[in-house]
Design a binder for this molecule. Structure first.
Ligand SMILES: Nc1ncnc2c1ncn2[C@@H]1O[C@H](COP(=O)(O)OP(=O)(O)OP(=O)(O)O)[C@@H](O)[C@H]1O
Length: 333
């Protein structure tokens, strides 16, 4: 029997007045997973996690955290779910130690603040005021505050936004350590590299709807239509001839480096190489890759938002493929 998911969201809908922030979101998170919620600005990511934390009441749909309704069981959900604070929520003059002690006092069974600060490399800064901390230190403090209640679930929203590459990498190490403590992590992020590196699964949200779920590799592959082929050709090849092949979804090139870039599914690699050979063209330095999550993000979410109904113009060729990777009930695209 499948273990009960730590987080269950079914057909969540939430509007602010006439603005529908979340149209229809369903997702599940199992114990010990790191799941990424990805999507462009305004997609409804923060609203979704705020409904999970009990900070906002859904208009409809079902939200459960360890089987509890965050609206009906606010206090108990607060004990098990640690939500990273936005930095503006802390007063400038509070010290790191004071903030930790204050937040620890909210919980029945808090973690040891000093131990947590040591874990997050903040012991030296315990006496520093919040406005004296660097961006990376503020982020680490916000993570420490999310963990001080000893939560089973940590919800981290835009954890590494504004950090330099080194601080971002340090923070990734930190998330891995959080998982090693047995904490389930829900990570809201704009960074595909971050999701690829950390997440067991991702949920791609656009215009308030789930448009793809799966492992980062599955979502990337589904969105790229399967495979991504790059090669140099011994003679010029009209890309429209390659696009005429049934397994090819797109063909571009040659780029300034002389490379062609062809995407497609199924037997696309063979089909392209046979088509080239039949013209007496040899392919050189052939590389076959799955797509990246970055490609998936752009392919699945790029559309003219002005006046577009939610999810309306996600490319139809990729949308059905994306939903085949779904580990949850995918919303209609
Ligand atoms: N309190 C609010 N009142 C009115 N509209 C809101 C409110 N909060 C969010 N919205 C709108 O709802 C939509 C979804 O916002 P939300 O913050 O959930 O998206 P997001 O995916 O987290 O975006 P971002 O990546 O920019 O943080 C946006 O259009 C936003 O402007």
């Amino acid at each position: 029997m499948e273990p009960t998911p730590v987080i269950q969201v079914e057909n969540l809908r939430k509007a602010y007045g006439s603005k529908v922030a979340v149209e229809d979101v369903s997702l599940t998170v199992a114990r010990g997973e790191i799941v990424g919620i990805l999507g462009p600005n305004g997609a409804g990511k923060t609203t979704t996690v705020e409904c999970l934390a009990g900070l906002r009441a859904p208009d409809s749909g079902r939200v459960r955290v360890l089987g509890m309704d965050p609206q009906a069981d606010k206090a108990r959900v607060k004990e098990v779910l640690g939500m990273q604070l936005q930095e503006s929520e802390l007063p400038a003059k509070i010290t790191v130690r004071e903030a930790m002690d204050l937040y620890a006092s909210f919980y029945a069974d808090p973690a040891d603040p000093a131990e947590l600060l040591a874990d997050l490399g903040l012991t030296d800064r315990a006496g520093a005021k919040f406005d004296q901390l660097s961006g990376g230190q503020k982020q680490r403090l916000s993570v420490a505050l999310a963990l001080v209640g000893n939560p089973q679930i940590a919800v981290l929203d835009e954890l590494t936004t504004g950090l330099d590459p080194q601080a971002r990498r340090d923070t990734w190490g930190l998330i891995e350590r959080i998982r090693e403590r047995g904490v389930t992590v829900l990570l809201v992020t704009h960074f595909m590299e971050e999701a690829e590196r950390l997440c067991d699964r991702v949920v791609l949200i656009d215009s308030g709807r789930v448009i793809a779920t799966g492992t980062p590799a599955e979502v990337a592959e589904a969105a790229s239509g399967g495979q991504h082929l790059r090669f140099r050709a011994s003679a010029p090849v009209p890309t429209e001839d390659l696009e005429a092949l049934p397994t090819v979804t797109s063909a571009h090139g040659p780029d300034p480096a002389g490379e062609y870039d062809v995407r497609g599914a199924g037997t696309v690699v063979q089909d392209v190489l046979v088509a080239l050979a039949s013209r007496g063209v040899a392919a050189d330095t052939v590389r076959v890759e799955g797509g990246t999550l970055d490609d998936a993000f752009v392919t699945l979410t790029t559309h003219d938002r002005a006046g577009d109904p939610p999810g309306a113009s996600a490319p139809s060729a990729t949308a059905p493929a994306a939903t085949t990777t779904s580990a949850t009930t995918p919303s209609e695209v």
